[in-house]
Design a protein around this ligand. Structure first.
Ligand SMILES: [Zn+2]
Length: 139
């Protein structure tokens, strides 16, 4: 058995055989959409433009854009929104993020649009637990 990896839950230090039955986890796919509700933004925010989040990837349809300043405001919340949260947690109920320019008025609505299963072994960087990365399987 390999040496335990410091800071890693015990089940991931027990070897690959124990991972076969409890290796998967779920993340929500997200849609991040521009919402203006009549406000005229300073930045280039076009009502209805959006991107999706699938695992670690931001997916843009052809021609869709987002201000890098607005993206910087949205990014820190995405990993939390991908995960199941307590119904009373504000992360479960609050869905809109404002553009960081206080005079802009642009907002971005984050919606959970589906669920996707991932394998720990296909997504971890821990040397003792990793297998073939998921993206080599899915393309
Ligand atoms: Zn803005």
């Amino acid at each position: 058995m390999p040496e335990p990896i410091p800071g890693t839950p015990a089940k991931f230090n027990e070897g690959y055989s124990s991972l076969e039955h409890d290796d998967e986890f779920t993340l929500h796919d997200l849609k991040v959409e521009v919402v203006l509700d009549g406000r005229r933004p300073v930045c280039r925010h076009i009502e209805g433009e959006y991107f999706t989040v699938e695992g670690e990837n931001l997916v843009f349809a052809k021609g869709q854009k987002i201000s890098m300043y607005a993206l910087a405001a949205v990014l820190p919340l995405l990993p939390a929104k991908q995960r199941e949260t307590d119904p009373s947690d504000w992360m479960s109920t609050d869905a809109e993020v404002a553009c960081p320019d206080p005079h802009c008025g642009g907002r971005f609505r984050i919606t959970r649009i589906g669920k996707r299963r991932f394998s720990h072994a296909e997504t971890t960087g821990l040397p003792e637990a990793r297998s073939t990365p998921y993206w080599e399987r899915d393309g």
